[in-house]
Design a protein around this ligand. Structure first.
Ligand SMILES: [Zn+2]
Length: 158
């Protein structure tokens, strides 16, 4: 192999190592609202950042929203998109604010395989901030339980 050919082949291998992440990346989504890490840190507390941008989980029974049943709308703390209505909230007894459905088009989902479990992760459809997980043990009519971190939400009373 002459040197020029070698360099060409080598650079192809080098380039192709980046392609899977860009082109095939399973769950790479582009959200309408994006911010740098620094910008997120400016508007979120440490806990909010950990939950919303790093898919963390707040401690159970710590959110004042868990036992709140006033009429109103729960907005994304990252971008203010209306996500959940109090009409669909219920007391699941889990210690996290729980809803049996989201507002139309408000959330996106993906498969989360962390901690040796297969769960459905949900996030704000506009800024991608992590909200919580969706389980199949919720009340009718959907049978779904959207188990949401209260720190990801901002409640606006009707
Ligand atoms: Zn958002």
């Amino acid at each position: 192999m002459n040197r020029r050919k070698f360099v060409k082949n080598y650079s192809l291998i080098f380039l192709s190592s980046f392609i899977p992440k860009l082109a095939v990346g399973k769950e790479v989504k582009v959200f309408e609202i994006t911010k740098s890490k620094r910008e997120w840190k400016q508007i979120l507390t440490d806990l909010e950042y950990k939950v919303m941008r790093k898919e963390g989980t707040e401690r159970a029974y710590t959110s004042p929203l868990d036992k709140l049943f006033d009429k109103g709308i729960y907005h994304c703390k990252g971008c203010d998109l209306p996500l959940y209505s109090s009409d669909h909230k219920y007391n699941s007894g889990t210690g996290w604010p729980s809803f049996w459905k989201a507002l139309p088009g408000a959330i996106g989902t993906k498969t989360d395989k962390k901690f040796f479990m297969v769960r459905t992760e949900c996030h704000c459809s506009r800024c991608g901030s992590h909200l919580g997980h969706i389980f199949d043990d919720g009340p009718q009519p959907t049978g779904k339980r959207h188990c949401i971190n209260g720190v990801s939400l901002r409640f606006k009373k009707a």
